[in-house]
Design a protein around this ligand. Structure first.
Ligand SMILES: *[C@@H]1O[C@H](CO)[C@@H](O)[C@H](O)[C@H]1NC(C)=O
Ligand SMILES: *[C@@H]1O[C@H](CO)[C@@H](O)[C@H](O)[C@H]1NC(C)=O
Ligand SMILES: *[C@@H]1O[C@H](CO)[C@@H](O)[C@H](O)[C@H]1NC(C)=O
Ligand SMILES: *[C@@H]1O[C@H](CO)[C@@H](O)[C@H](O)[C@H]1NC(C)=O
Ligand SMILES: *[C@@H]1O[C@H](CO)[C@@H](O)[C@H](O)[C@H]1NC(C)=O
Length: 951
C-alpha cells in the first residue's frame, strides 16, 4: 500500500516514544520531491497593461520581461478566462519580485502535477486480447452497481442520459477505438473533440509534442480511458461486460495532458482548461491533483472562478492522500468554485469468476479477467513439504521455512497453483514464488480485507478469494484425503459478483478536507473504489481501478444528467442541488456518520438532484475557527405544486484529530501511523424552528446555532462537522453539511508548547544526543540555561544538540543560531533570563539578520512557497510538523545558501514561525522561541567533510 505520511517530513517516527532525528538539511532537501520547474512561472498579466499587444509582447514590457534569455512556453490570450504567459528564464528569478512587477497581476511557479496513480489495477491479462471485438464476459454480476449506488439508474430508466451536454476530460488521453467509447474520434462520435497537448513521450520534464489527436493506447496511459468510460461508456451487445457510464449520451472532449509516463506541468493544465472552454465544454472533469491544502499557492483559483462565471462547471478529485488525515486535499480541487469529490467504495467486486473442482463444486475468485489459461491445476498450499500442520502463519509467506520446503518439493508449476494467505501482520510476502517459477497464486484471507493490490500485471498472477470463498476452499483442502490432490479447473468465463465488505463506506485513500482556511472540502462523494471501466484495447480493454480519480467523473456524469434537465441553472445552483440531495454515509463498520471532512455532503444521489422540488440555501457552512461559531441561516423554498411540511434534525459527524501525541492522557504514545483519530465527540445544534409548513412557492429562513464540544487539544488539530437534515413529509430528504475547528486559531500560536510531545521531552526544546544514537528516547536532557556540546571525529564521543520543535499551521519558519547575548525578546524563553552567564563569544562573524535580528547563520528555513534555485529555504507544505533536527555537522548557511563551518563558543537557537494569516515582513506576526546557551566545543581541525570522514 502506498503511504504518504504528512507528519514524517522531518522526522521518521519509529514506534512508541522514539523518534529518529534527521541529521542535516541537505538530507532533508533530497527527501523532498521537487515538483517545481526551476525559474519557470505562470504569469497572469493586468488586463489594462499594454492592451493592444499579445501576451508575449506584453510580458516583454514588464521589468522581468526586460531580462535577456527567457522563452515563452504558453500564451494565454483569453481575456475572459485567463490572460498571461508561462515563461522559463535562464537565470534565477524571484517569485515575489515577479509578483509585484508593474503589469503583473499574479504569478506562480510552474510545478509538476504528478501522474494520477493506476491504483489497484489487478490482473491486467499478461497476454494481448487486442482486436476490434472484445470477448463477451456478461454474466450474473451487476457490473453497473455504482449506477445504483449513485441513484443514476432510475434516470436512465426515464431516458435521461446526458444528451446535449459536453464533458471535457483533462487526463491522459482516451483510447476511443474502444467499442464502448464509440470506436472513433471527431464530430458525430462519442469523443467528438479534443487535443493532445503533450504526446506519448512527454513525462513532465521534457518538451511536449502536441497534436490534434488525443488518442492514447499505452496501458500506462489508460487512466483517461477509464475515467472517460465512467462518464459515458456503453458496451455494445455481446461484447465486454454490459457496462454503461453515468451519462452515456453525453459528448466527450478529450484533452490529453499526460504522456505514457510521468507528470504534467500546471501551465499545460491551464492551457487545457482554457481550450475546453473555447471548445464549448459544459463540464470540465479533472481526475488529477497536487497535494496543496494552502489556498494561497493554488494557481488554478482564478481560472476556475472565471470558467464558473461563464457557466462551465469544474469537477476535480480531492486526492488520494487520505492516510495523512485532515488537510490532505489537492489543487485544483480546493479552488473555491470547483466541486471537489471524495471516494466511496463499491458494494461489490464486479469481476469474479468461477473455477470448479473435480466434483463440480464452485469457488469464485476475484480478478479482472477469467484465468482460463490455467486450465486444470492442482492446489498446493504454501507449507507443502514441511512436516507440520499448515496454519495461516505458514501460508502467509512470512515463514522462510515454508518457501525452502516448497523449493525442495520440485513441483511442476504448469499444472499447479499455490495457495497463500493474506494476513494483515505479514502483507503480500510472496516474492519467493517468482524465483520458484510459480505461475499463479490463489490468495485466501482470514479476515475481511480491502482487496487492492498496488502492482499491476504482477508475476505471478494473484487470484484473490473473498472471506467466504477462502473458508470454502480451506475447508475443502482440509477434508481432502491424505495423498490425494485437490484440483480446480478455471473454466468460468462469465462475470459473477462477490460482496465487498468495505462497500458504501468512504475509501481510506480519499483525501480529507478542510483547506487551511477551513473551507469545507470535499464537497461531495461518489463511487470511486473498485470501479470497473474501459481501458485501452491493447491492454485488455477493461480494468478495475480505485481512486478519487474514479469518483470525479462519476460526479461529472451526474452533473451532465442534471444539466440536461436544467440547462438554465448556474454552476453554483447545480452544485447546490447535488450537495443538498446527497446522502451522508457512515464510517466503515460504524454507526457514526462519517465526518464532512471525509465525505463532504455525502454520496451523490443523481435521481434526487434531478427530481428535487425544494431548494435549500446555502448548501454548506464553513464555520471556520471558533469555540462558539456565529449563528447561520438556512432558507427552505417549496417549489412544488403542493403544500409540504418539513422537519429539521441535526446529525453530527465524527470528530477528527490529526495527531494524538499532544493529549495529556496519552503521554507516551507518539504515533502518527493510524491517523486520523476518529472520535465520537458530537456537536449540537439548535434551530429557531424545527417544523415548518410551506405552501407552493413559499419559503422560510431558519436560524441554526451549531455548538461544538470544547476540545482541550488544539495542537492535535481537531475538526468537527455534521449535517442539518431536512425531511419533507413526502419523504424527500435534504441535508446541509457544516464543518469547523473548535478553537480560535489566532489565539493558539503555531508553536506547540506546554504539552508533552515525546515522553519525557517537551516542545520546543534542545536535547543532547550522542552522535551515533539519534533516537530521541535515548537523548539526554541538558542542564537548564547552559549546556556544552562537542564534536569529534570519534563519533561515539560526540554529543550534539537536537532541536525538538513542533508546529501547526505555519507557512514560514526559520531556525538559526544567534549571539548568546542577543537582545531579542521572544514569545517564549527556553531558559531563565535572570540567570547571569559569562559568555564565551565565538570568533564568528555576525551577519545582518532577518527582520533586524543579528545572526550567525541559518540551520533551517521552510516556506510553503516554491523557492528559487539555490535558496536555503526548503519548500514544505506540512501541516502537523514534527521537527527533530540534529546539528551533526556544525555548519550553518547564509541567506544566499552558502554553507560554512562555525567556530567554538556560545550560541543560542532562535526559532521564529509565522502565525496563521500573518505577514512575513511584520515582526509582530511571528511566534518565537529563544533557547538556552549552547557552548560548542568544535576542534579547529575538524575535517571539512565531517561527519563523512569520521572514524
Ligand atoms: C489567441 O491565440 C490563438 C493562438 O495563437 C489564436 O488562434 C487566437 O486567435 C488568439 N485569440 C485572441 C483573442 O487573440
Ligand atoms: C518524484 O516524482 C517523480 C515524478 O512524479 C517520480 O518519478 C519520482 O519517483 C519521485 N521521486 C521520489 C523520491 O519520490
Ligand atoms: C502467527 O504470527 C503472529 C505474528 O508474528 C504471532 O503474533 C502469532 O502468535 C502467530 N500465531 C501462531 C499460531 O503461531
Ligand atoms: C511448462 O510449460 C512450458 C511452456 O509450455 C514448457 O516449456 C515447459 O517445459 C513446461 N514445464 C514442465 C515441467 O512441464
Ligand atoms: C479569535 O481571536 C482573535 C484575537 O483574540 C479575535 O480578534 C477574533 O475575533 C477571534 N475569532 C473568532 C472567530 O472568534
Amino acid at each position: 500500500m502506498k503511504f504518504s505520511p504528512t507528519l514524517g517530513l522531518l522526522a521518521l517516527v519509529s514506534g512508541a516514544s522514539s523518534l529518529t532525528v534527521t541529521t542535516n538539511v541537505d538530507q532533508l532537501r533530497s527527501k523532498q520531491n521537487t515538483t517545481v520547474v526551476p525559474n519557470t512561472f505562470i504569469v497572469e498579466l493586468q488586463p489594462d497593461f499594454h492592451p493592444e499587444l499579445q501576451p508575449k509582447d506584453r510580458f516583454a514590457k514588464t521589468k522581468p520581461g526586460a531580462k535577456p534569455n527567457w522563452r515563452v512556453r504558453h500564451q494565454y490570450n483569453d481575456t475572459d478566462i485567463f490572460y498571461g504567459v508561462s515563461v522559463s528564464f535562464d537565470s534565477p528569478v524571484d517569485l515575489a519580485t515577479l509578483r509585484t512587477s508593474a503589469g503583473v497581476k499574479n504569478a506562480w511557479s510552474v510545478a509538476v502535477v504528478p501522474r494520477p496513480e493506476l491504483r489497484g489495477l489487478w490482473g491486467v491479462p499478461d497476454f494481448n486480447r487486442g482486436g476490434t471485438k472484445l470477448p463477451d464476459y456478461r454474466g450474473s454480476s451487476d457490473v453497473n452497481r455504482p449506477l445504483d449506488m449513485g441513484n443514476v439508474q432510475k434516470l436512465h430508466d426515464k431516458g435521461i442520459k446526458g444528451k446535449g451536454v459536453q464533458v471535457a476530460l483533462i487526463d491522459s488521453g482516451i483510447d476511443y477505438t474502444h467499442p464502448a467509447l464509440g470506436g472513433g474520434f471527431g464530430r458525430g462520435h462519442k469523443v467528438a473533440l479534443g487535443y493532445d497537448f503533450v504526446g506519448d513521450a512527454y513525462d513532465g520534464s521534457n518538451d511536449p509534442q502536441p497534436d490534434g489527436d488525443p488518442l492514447a493506447t499505452c496501458a500506462d496511459g489508460g487512466h483517461g480511458t477509464h475515467t472517460a468510460g465512467i462518464v459515458a461508456m456503453q458496451d455494445p451487445k455481446k461484447q465486454g461486460f454490459g457496462l454503461v457510464g453515468v451519462a452515456p449520451e453525453a459528448t466527450l472532449a478529450a484533452y490529453r495532458v499526460f504522456g505514457c509516463e510521468g507528470g504534467a506541468t500546471n501551465d499545460i493544465l491551464i492551457a487545457a482548461m482554457v481550450q475546453a472552454w473555447r471548445d464549448g465544454a459544459d463540464i470540465v472533469s479533472m481526475s488529477l491533483g497536487l497535494w496543496q491544502a494552502w489556498e494561497e499557492i493554488n494557481p488554478f483559483e482564478d481560472v476556475v472562478n472565471k470558467l464558473t462565471s461563464h457557466g462551465v462547471a469544474v469537477v476535480a478529485s480531492i486526492g488520494n492522500f487520505g492516510t495523512a488525515g485532515p488537510y490532505s486535499s489537492s489543487t485544483p480541487a480546493i479552488s473555491l468554485s470547483a466541486l471537489s469529490v471524495g471516494s466511496i467504495e463499491s458494494d461489490i467486486y464486479p469481476t469474479a469468476w468461477t473455477a470448479h473442482d473435480d466434483q463440480q463444486r464452485a469457488i469464485n475468485y476475484i480478478n479482472v479477467f477469467p484465468a482460463t489459461e490455467l486450465g486444470r491445476v492442482e492446489v498446493v498450499q504454501l507449507g507443502y513439504g514441511l512436516d507440520v500442520p499448515i496454519t495461516p502463519n505458514i501460508t502467509s509467506g512470512c515463514d522462510q521455512d515454508a518457501w525452502d520446503a516448497l523449493s525442495n518439493a520440485q513441483l511442476n508449476w504448469n499444472t499447479t497453483i499455490l495457495q497463500v494467505s493474506w494476513e494483515s501482520w505479514c502483507g503480500t510476502a510472496w516474492g519467493p514464488a517468482v524465483d520458484l517459477g510459480v505461475k499463479a497464486l490463489l490468495v485466501t484471507m482470514s479476515e475481511a480485507q480491502d482487496i487492492l493490490v498496488d502492482e499491476p500485471g504482477s508475476e505471478p498472477a494473484a487470484l484473490y478469494l473473498d472471506i467466504d470463498n477462502s473458508k470454502l476452499l480451506l475447508s475443502r483442502l482440509a477434508k481432502q484425503p491424505a495423498g490425494k490432490k485437490y484440483a480446480l479447473t478455471f473454466d468460468g468465463t462469465k462475470a459473477v459478483a462477490v460482496a465487498n465488505p468495505y462497500g458504501s463506506a468512504p475509501d481510506y485513500f480519499s483525501s480529507f478536507g478542510p483547506t487551511i482556511e477551513m473551507t469545507l472540502e470535499p464537497k461531495i462523494s461518489a463511487p470511486g473504489g473498485t470501479i470497473l471501466s474501459t481501458f485501452p484495447v491493447d491492454a485488455g480493454g477493461y480494468a478495475v481501478l480505485s481512486g478519487t480519480s474514479m469518483s470525479a467523473p462519476f460526479v461529472s456524469g451526474s452533473l451532465a444528467l442534471l444539466k440536461s434537465q436544467n440547462p438554465r441553472l448556474t454552476v453554483p445552483q447545480l452544485f447546490a442541488r447535488l450537495m443538498t440531495t446527497a446522502r451522508p454515509v457512515n464510517e466503515l463498520n460504524s454507526k457514526l456518520t462519517a465526518s464532512v471532512a471525509r465525505q463532504g455532503a455525502g454520496i451523490i444521489d443523481a435521481y434526487a438532484a434531478v427530481t428535487a422540488d425544494t431548494v435549500i440555501s446555502p448548501a454548506e457552512f464553513s464555520l471556520r475557527d471558533s469555540a462558539s461559531p456565529a449563528p447561520q441561516k438556512i432558507t427552505i423554498s417549496n417549489q412544488s405544486r403542493s403544500r409540504k411540511r418539513y422537519s429539521l434534525q441535526h446529525v453530527p459527524g465524527t470528530f477528527y484529530r490529526l495527531s494524538n501525541n499532544y493529549l495529556s492522557d496519552i503521554k507516551d504514545n507518539f504515533s502518527s501511523a493510524n491517523l486520523p483519530l476518529t472520535l465520537d465527540i458530537p456537536a449540537s445544534a439548535q434551530f429557531s424552528q424545527s417544523l415548518v409548513n410551506l405552501g407552493p412557492g413559499q419559503s422560510v429562513t431558519i436560524e441554526v446555532q451549531i455548538k461544538p464540544q470544547p476540545d482541550m487539544y488544539p495542537f492535535a488539530n481537531p475538526v468537527y462537522s455534521g449535517f442539518i437534515k431536512i425531511t419533507a413529509d413526502d419523504d424527500d430528504e435534504y441535508s446541509v453539511p457544516y464543518l469547523g475547528v473548535p478553537y480560535n486559531r489566532t489565539e493558539v500560536g503555531p508553536i506547540v508548547h506546554n504539552v508533552t510531545t515525546v515522553k519525557p521531552y517537551d516542545s520546543p526544546g534542545v536535547l543532547k544526543a550522542q552522535a551515533t544514537d539519534l533516537f530521541l528516547a535515548d537523548a539526554l536532557t541538558p542542564t537548564p540555561n547552559l549546556e556544552t556540546y562537542n564534536w569529534t571525529t570519534d563519533l561515539d564521543k560526540a554529543y550534539i544538540p537536537v532541536f525538538r520543535i513542533d508546529t501547526i499551521m505555519t507557512r514560514f519558519l526559520r531556525l538559526e543560531l544567534v549571539p548568546a547575548n542577543v537582545s531579542f525578546v521572544p514569545s517564549m524563553y527556553g531558559f531563565d533570563p535572570d540567570v547571569h552567564i559569562d559568555y564565551k563569544f565565538p570568533d564568528q562573524p555576525i551577519l545582518p539578520g532577518f527582520l533586524g535580528v543579528p545572526t550567525y547563520g541559518l540551520v533551517l528555513a521552510e516556506s510553503i512557497e516554491p523557492q528559487p534555485e539555490g535558496s536555503p529555504i526548503i519548500q514544505s507544505t506540512d501541516i502537523g510538523h514534527f521537527l527533530g533536527l540534529a546539528l551533526l555537522d556544525p555548519s550553518l548557511t547564509n541567506d544566499k545558501g552558502d554553507k560554512f563551518r562555525i567556530a567554538a563558543g556560545d550560541y543560542r537557537v532562535l526559532f521564529r514561525t509565522l502565525r496563521w494569516r500573518g505577514n512575513e515582513t511584520n515582526p509582530d506576526d511571528y511566534e518565537s522561541w529563544l533557547g538556552p546557551v549552547m557552548r560548542f566545543d568544535i576542534p579547529s581541525d575538524l575535517p571539512p567533510d565531517f561527519p563523512n570522514s569520521s572514524e
